[in-house]
Design a binder for this molecule. Structure first.
Ligand code: DX5
Ligand code: ZN
Length: 228
């Protein structure tokens, strides 16, 4: 089952609640929340108080993407704020195994993210611990960037590895996803699709979400008949 995760990075921050409710009504599965610290990435966004403020207004899965150095310092705050999935970057923490276990032990789903240049091998030994691997298809920091097509083989390789190891882990893709690129990533094996500008910067966000979902489902249905 494919899941669509609109990224609020491209929402109107002055009308955040309205923009969150809008995508929920349009059938979004996850709400993708991009947290940036101005160190790990060259941009600053939002923190736990904003997540906590949105929590009572939505039943969506809160998919929190931490683009921050030393995420350990803030895990408890994001868990208390209402994160359902908490994703840390493999590049941002020295003791990835410890970080992921900390999240898991607190009843939240741990995710691990990889920048475009980071190989899959760095997560090989923590794969059994995670619920989700986030493959970045842009260099993190900003919405509206161009999809890096060279990353498609990484998605394929991860899907093969998960099948081989018989692990039930979601593959989320993030960056430059639109109705064209979504087909490529779903064909490669992704099953959670983040989209910021393709939804929020379109003239009709609800329709844009539906279009994206349709494109993803068509490819996925055609795949489910075959061996990946
Ligand atoms: C980028 C963020 C993304 C961003 C995607 O660093 O992690 O989630 O919002 O935006 P689009 O879909 O516009 O590339
Ligand atoms: Zn993100």
């Amino acid at each position: 089952m494919i899941k669509i995760a609109p990224s609020i990075l491209s929402a109107d921050f002055a009308y955040l609640r309205r923009d969150v409710v809008m995508v929920e009504e349009a059938g979004a599965d996850y709400l993708h929340i991009d947290v940036m610290d101005g160190h790990f990435v060259p941009n600053i966004t939002i923190g736990p108080p904003v997540v906590a403020a949105l929590r009572p207004h939505s039943k969506m899965v809160f998919d929190v993407h931490l683009m921050i150095n030393n995420p350990d310092r803030y895990l408890t705050s994001f868990i208390e704020a209402g994160a359902d999935i908490l994703t840390v970057h493999a590049e941002a923490t020295l003791h990835l195994d410890r970080t992921l276990r900390f999240i898991k032990e607190r009843g939240v789903k741990p995710g691990v993210a990889l920048n475009p240049a980071t190989p899959l091998s760095v997560i090989e030994y923590v794969l059994p611990l995670v619920d989700q691997v986030l493959i970045m298809t842009v260099n993190p920091g900003f919405g509206g960037q161009r999809f890096i097509k060279e990353i498609v083989p990484k998605i394929k390789a991860l899907r093969s590895l998960l099948i081989q190891e018989e692990l039930e882990v979601d593959i989320e893709v993030d960056g430059g996803i639109n109705p064209e690129t979504v087909s490529e990533v779903v064909r490669a094996g992704a099953n959670v699709v983040v989209a910021g500008s393709a939804i929020y910067r379109s003239e009709n966000p609800k329709e844009a979400l539906a279009t994206l979902k349709r494109a993803a489902y068509i490819i996925n249905n055609s795949l489910s008949h075959k061996e990946r």
